[in-house]
Design a protein around this ligand. Structure first.
Ligand SMILES: NC(=O)c1ccc[n+]([C@@H]2O[C@H](COP(=O)([O-])OP(=O)(O)OC[C@H]3O[C@@H](n4cnc5c(N)ncnc54)[C@H](O)[C@@H]3O)[C@@H](O)[C@H]2O)c1
Length: 256
């Protein structure tokens, strides 16, 4: 980072739970909250990437976040991890519902099982993680839930209908949970990444031509990376955003 990043005293020692915190944008979220002195726990299924991240953070800070291998499609397992974190690290203050999967799927080939599986990964865990974590937040006097939406809801990307449907629903989930949990001082917001260049995006879908057309749509002619997204999550978790709930914060370089 080429500037002095903000430090949020309100995040020190806060318990932060991140889904998909082992790679991509999630790894940067784990890193950023850890560097703020928060007590971070994350789930993922990519053990190699998650363990490599733990090693890097151990070398850098002498401390490590807690990693749980957990497939978030298994709601009972996800809720059990959340309960474990609450008991061992303290009540969760911030939940970052980040994990998702944007594999392409042709509309002709989608069957009921595939559709349900996409929802069980890209949408369902957000609600059930929020339900479990909010109980801890309420006991602790408040908290922040950050749900990851997507710019894809506004784009017309082929072969992504189930993913985009789930992502569109996230926006409604946020607004409705913000209403339910607001009286308990739990804030709920959607963080909307634009086209963020991760290793996975470069490996699978984005070459020089795609990147040029992405930057043509952005007002800011720059490559957006996970380091641009994580600071927005820090802000939404911190006390500096204490009156912000039910909102969508886009980190998309001014998409148009
Ligand atoms: N990268 C982008 O351009 C972009 C754009 C818009 C929205 N988003 C959203 O941002 C979030 C992060 O995106 P990303 O690009 O870093 O994705 P990614 O696919 O690179 O990373 C997702 C992480 O979730 C983990 N994961 C996947 N399935 C899981 C499962 N069943 N159980 C537990 N963990 C699982 C993966 O192992 C990985 O670590 C997602 O919600 C995505 O929809 C990303």
């Amino acid at each position: 980072m080429s500037y002095d990043a903000a430090r949020y005293p309100s995040l020190e020692q806060r318990v932060v739970f991140i889904t998909g915190g082992g790679s991509g944008i999630g790894a940067e979220l784990t890193r950023a909250f850890h560097r703020q002195g928060a007590r971070v726990a994350f789930v993922d299924i990519n053990d190699a990437a998650s363990e490599a991240l733990l090693e890097t953070l151990q070398a850098e800070t002498g401390e490590v976040p807690r990693y749980f291998h957990c497939d978030i499609r298994d709601v009972a397992a996800l809720q059990a991890v959340i309960a474990d974190v609450g008991q061992t690290l303290g009540p969760i203050h911030t939940l970052v519902n980040n994990a998702a999967n944007d594999d392409r799927h042709s509309w002709q080939e989608i069957d009921v099982d595939y559709w349900d599986e996409r929802m069980s990964l890209n949408l369902r865990p957000m609600f059930f993680a929020a339900q479990a974590a909010a109980r801890q937040m309420i006991e602790a006097g408040g908290g922040s839930i950050i749900n990851f939406g997507s710019i894809s809801v506004q784009m017309a990307i082929a072969d992504l209908s189930a993913y985009v449907t789930a992502k569109a629903a996230v926006h409604g989930l946020t607004r409705s949970l913000a209403r339910d949990l607001g009286p308990h001082r739990v804030r709920v917001n959607t963080l909307v990444p634009g086209s963020i260049i991760t290793e996975r995006q470069l490996e699978n879908w984005i070459g020089p031509e795609e990147e040029a057309s992405i930057q043509a749509r952005q007002s800011l002619k720059m490559r957006l990376e996970p380091t641009h997204v994580a600071p927005a999550a820090l802000f939404l978790a911190s006390a500096d955003s204490s009156a912000i709930s039910g909102q969508e914060l886009a980190v998309d370089g001014g998409w148009g």
